[in-house]
Ligand binder design. Structure first.
Ligand SMILES: O=P(O)(O)OC[C@H]1O[C@H](O)[C@H](O)[C@@H](O)[C@@H]1O
Length: 430
């Protein structure tokens, strides 16, 4: 995988990074790399995520899902880091087995999904590291009830992925459900390369070993210099651009299949780096679609953002038929891929021409290997950026504040956070 920083340099854009600033930052990258490597060696919380390409046992995952070989659908019940990684792989790769995700408790959505899938042909994966997340457990109760109503033995169609303890682990033990462990030291948003992200892919028939091979290739490129490591180059560029005023990072893949990847990135970046008044705001965009909406702002709006382009250099293509329709002759005989590439090059150039920074990430293809590279690269970029910001990359106290407030409101104990809801000020206009 390749990272091109050409359109992030101050000779091209503003804000931009001076070439010698990168040299200075490289000394900090060397120190950060050492801390990261020490964290990996000691299996410290969070840093352990970067060991997953070596530690994840694909046989264990295949064994846990083997009784679902007949599934026509896989339904993942989880939220945040317990759903987005699996969803990124499912939406990135084609399969005959449909994948759905219940990662919200919108009653209309939940009911409509359950009404429209054949539960007797579905494998249900309930995923929660803590085993206590209210949205996940309530959704599971609703799914279980729907299975019972449809005369489906839910214990035959359900497996869980969870930590050593918690409600979900108890449920698995009580009903003898197949259970996969969430590895220690791996926060949800860094867990795509573990049991959490790969079980759904395994049921869909994807080559999860190839995902890990791609990740391993990126792991092998981590070094004490950003000039030798695409992951560190990207993490450093984001940090440096943010320091210079690009506080927004618009993730814009040029592949429909990577739309969910941008969602995964948003969680990774926001939850890991948004601390102590620091952190870039991740925004989701999709090329070429959002060229026709957000691009106006990206080119002509405030100089407070960078765009991250992700482009596969190879893809299956689709020919554009020859046409004699006046004005459209130039398109006939080309291909949709050629058009998409031209749109990409044009957008990248349009930002550079107006002085707005961007970074280009390239993988060869959106396949198992390419996704493994991309996901690992961005996790390592994020961890490196966290070191440069000096924030606690692997905690999420602000998210937990909201979780406690909600539990208090729902009567699951006394939580001070719930009192703040009553203190809310209002200024309503009708
Ligand atoms: O896996 P769970 O324990 O159910 O947690 C699911 C999600 O919950 C919280 O919102 C955390 O901030 C996320 O990082 C986590 O991925």
């Amino acid at each position: 995988m390749r990272v091109d920083l050409g359109n992030a340099l101050d000779t091209v854009v503003s804000p931009g990074i001076q070439r010698d600033a990168l040299d200075r930052l490289d000394e900090r990258v060397a120190d950060a790399h050492e801390r990261i490597e020490t964290g990996r060696e000691n299996h410290d919380h969070g840093y352990e995520s970067l060991n997953l390409p070596e530690t994840t046992d694909t046989d264990e995952i295949q064994t846990a899902v083997e009784s679902f070989a007949d599934a026509k659908t896989v339904l993942t019940v989880g939220i945040g880091g317990s759903a987005l990684g699996a969803a990124t792989l499912a939406h990135g790769l084609e399969s005959d087995v449909d994948a759905y995700f219940l990662d919200n408790v919108d009653p209309e959505h939940v009911s409509s999904l359950l009404d429209n899938i054949s539960l007797s042909d579905t494998a249900v994966n309930v995923v929660s590291r803590s085993g206590t997340t209210a949205e996940t457990l309530t959704n599971f109760l609703v799914v279980r009830d729907a299975m019972e109503s449809a005369d489906v033995d839910w214990t035959e169609r359900t497996f869980v992925t969870t930590g050593e303890e918690g409600n979900l682990r108890n449920l698995a033990n009580r009903h003898n459900l197949p259970a996969l462990d969430v590895p220690d030291g791996v926060p949800g948003r860094f867990s795509v390369l573990s049991t959490v992200g790969l079980a759904c892919a395994a049921i869909q028939g994807h080559d999860i070993g190839a995902v890990l091979s791609g990740a391993r290739a990126e792991a092998n490129r981590l070094s004490g210099s950003l000039f030798e490591s695409p992951a560190y180059a990207y993490g450093t560029a984001c940090y440096a651009l943010d320091e210079r005023g690009a506080g927004i990072n618009a993730m814009m893949p040029y592949a429909e299949s990577l739309e969910t990847f941008a969602e995964w990135f948003a969680q990774l970046w926001a939850e890991s780096l948004g601390k102590d008044g620091l952190g870039q705001t991740p925004v989701r965009a999709l090329g070429a679609t959002d060229q026709h909406s957000q691009l106006q702002l990206y080119r002509a709006g405030p100089r407070d953002k960078m765009v991250t382009f992700v482009r596969p250099t190879e893809r299956d293509d689709c020919a554009i038929p020859e046409t004699d329709l006046p004005g459209l002759e130039y398109l006939g005989g080309q291909s949709l891929g050629t058009l998409l590439d031209a749109e990409f090059e044009a957008t990248e150039a349009s930002l550079a021409e107006s002085g707005q920074p961007s970074v280009r990430l390239e993988i060869d293809r959106v396949d198992e290997y390419g996704l493994g590279e991309l996901l690992y690269c961005l996790e390592a970029s994020c961890i490196l950026a966290g070191e440069l910001y000096s924030v606690e990359t692997f905690t999420q106290p602000a998210v937990e504040w909201g979780k406690r407030a909600a539990r208090g409101l729902l009567g699951d104990g006394d939580f001070d956070e719930a009192d703040s809801v009553a203190d809310k000020s209002t200024f309503v206009i009708e």
